[in-house]
Design a protein around this ligand. Structure first.
Ligand code: 1GP
Length: 231
C-alpha cells in the first residue's frame, strides 16, 4: 500500500503548479528515479492549475501526492494528501484552525487512509511560507529538536518537515532533529541545488524534497536523485 511505501521514500520532487514546466522537463522529472512527485506551493495554487499538473504527471507511473495549502485547491485523484501543521507558527490558523474548518466542511468525504500529516518547522525567515504563517524561525538546535520530538511524541505525526524553502539550511539543526526522533520520518526541504547538498541533507534526513532548482537548473535537479541511489 502506498502509505507504507511512503516510509521508504528518500527523494521527492516538489512541483509548483503556478510555475510553467515544459513536457520535456516534466518527463525528465517523472522518469528520473525520484520516489514521488509532490504538487504544492505557498501562493497562486488553484484547483485548475493543480488538476492540470496532476493530469500531466499521470502520464507516468511515479506516485503523485498533493501537499495541501488551500482548501479550494484540493483535487481528487492523488495517491496521498500531505497536510502541513506548522508547529512553529504563531497563528493557530496554521496549526489547527484551517484543519478544523476543513474537517467541518468535508469530514465525511475525507479519505483518512490517504492523509499524511506533516509537522512543519519553518526555519528560513525570508521564505513565503514563514511570512504567510508568521512562523517563529529564530530557533536553535535544541528548539528544533524539541519541536521534532513534540510533533512525534505528543501529536504522533508521521512526518516532521524541516522547511528552509529557498535556502540551504543549517545541517546541525537537521542533525539535532534527526537524533531526537525515533519513528517519525524526517523530511528536509530547502535550497538543495546539487548532488553534494542532497547528500549532505541525507546524512540526517530520511527524505529530501527538491523544489526550486527544477525551474532554474534542471540537470542539477536531476542529479540530486543520484544521492538516494547511492545511500
Ligand atoms: C519547498 O521544501 C521545499 O517547500 C523545497 O525547497 O524550493 O528551496 O528546493 P526549495
Amino acid at each position: 500500500m502506498i502509505r507504507n511505501e511512503m516510509n521508504q521514500w528518500k527523494h521527492l520532487f516538489k512541483l509548483d503548479p503556478e510555475k510553467p514546466i515544459s513536457d520535456e522537463a516534466l518527463e525528465a522529472i517523472c522518469m528520473s528515479g525520484t520516489d514521488a512527485v509532490m504538487i504544492g506551493g505557498s501562493t497562486g495554487i488553484t484547483f485548475e492549475n493543480t488538476v492540470d499538473l496532476l493530469s500531466r504527471v499521470r502520464r507516468y507511473t511515479v506516485p503523485c501526492v498533493q501537499e495541501i495549502s488551500d482548501m479550494e485547491s484540493i483535487v481528487p485523484g492523488f495517491d496521498l494528501y500531505f497536510i502541513p501543521v506548522v508547529m512553529n507558527s504563531t497563528d493557530s490558523k496554521w496549526i489547527t484552525g484551517l484543519h478544523q474548518q476543513a474537517v467541518k466542511q468535508y469530514g465525511h468525504r475525507i479519505p483518512w487512509d490517504q492523509i499524511v500529516t506533516e509537522g512543519y518547522c519553518i526555519l528560513n525567515p525570508d521564505c513565503t511560507a514563514a511570512r504567510i504563517t508568521d512562523s517563529h524561525t529564530a530557533l536553535d538546535e535544541k528548539d528544533v529538536a524539541a519541536y521534532a520530538k513534540l510533533g512525534e511524541q505528543m501529536f504522533h505525526l508521521p512526518v516532521i518537515y524541516l522547511e528552509y524553502s529557498g535556502m540551504f539550511g543549517d545541517m546541525d539543526k537537521v542533525r539535532s532533529a534527526a537524533w531526537s526522533l525515533e519513528s517519525a520520518r524526517l523530511f528536509y526541504g530547502g535550497g538543495i541545488s546539487n548532488l553534494e547538498q542532497a547528500q549532505q541533507a541525507l546524512e540526517y534526513a530520511d527524505t529530501i524534497v527538491v523544489g526550486n532548482v527544477i525551474y532554474t537548473n534542471l540537470p542539477s535537479a536531476l542529479e540530486t536523485v543520484r544521492a538516494v541511489q547511492r545511500v
